[in-house]
Design a protein. Structure first.
Length: 179
């Protein structure tokens, strides 16, 4: 797999800068991972649900976290999110875009602390989904996970190993009790 020079430079930057990698994390008990789809993409479903569920809205996705991380030095972009968005317009989606998101997502999952929330739907193939190719392994190797998260990670990992594409499982916070 040959990557564009700009992609490789960014991946090398991430690899060489532990201080940047350490910022790619949600607050403890606030990590939200998603993959696949139910009725539509999980990302779209979560965005709609966040408007109705304040507890879900408090969780942090990789995109939320990248908005808080400074861009690489000598870069006009202010945040890592904006830098990555720009980079993705200049490189091919495959293999470069996939490699960029896999690196960032794996770091994010590996830095998770405490309870990790999930929404994992259908179509979770090893070829197409970063959850199946990077995040799940990072979570398996993460010693800071809460027990209930670890059980769900084991379940998802087993399903992926069996080649099950339609995992359809979630762990998200309930809406606040308004009574």
């Amino acid at each position: 797999m040959s990557l564009e020079a700009e992609t490789q430079e960014f991946l090398d930057y991430l690899h060489a800068n532990e201080s940047v990698r350490s910022l790619i994390k949600a607050a403890p008990n606030k990590t939200l991972l998603y993959s696949g789809g139910f009725f539509q993409s999980i990302f779209n479903e979560l965005e709609m649900e966040k408007r109705k569920n304040a507890n879900l809205a408090r969780l942090q996705t990789l995109s939320d976290v990248l908005e808080l991380v400074p861009a690489p030095p000598r870069c006009a972009d202010r945040t890592l999110k904006r830098y990555v968005e720009g980079l993705l317009t200049r490189v091919p989606e495959r293999p470069d875009g996939f490699a960029i998101w896999k690196a960032l997502s794996t770091i994010f999952a590996g830095n998770a602390d405490g309870r990790v929330y999930f929404s994992v739907g259908s179509g979770i193939s090893r070829e197409d989904k970063i959850f199946a190719t990077g995040e799940i392994e990072a979570l398996l190797n993460n010693p800071r996970l809460a027990d209930e998260t670890r059980e769900l990670v084991y379940y998802c990992h087993d399903q992926i190993q069996k080649g099950v594409l339609d995992i359809n499982v979630g762990l998200t916070p309930a809406p606040p009790d308004d009574s």
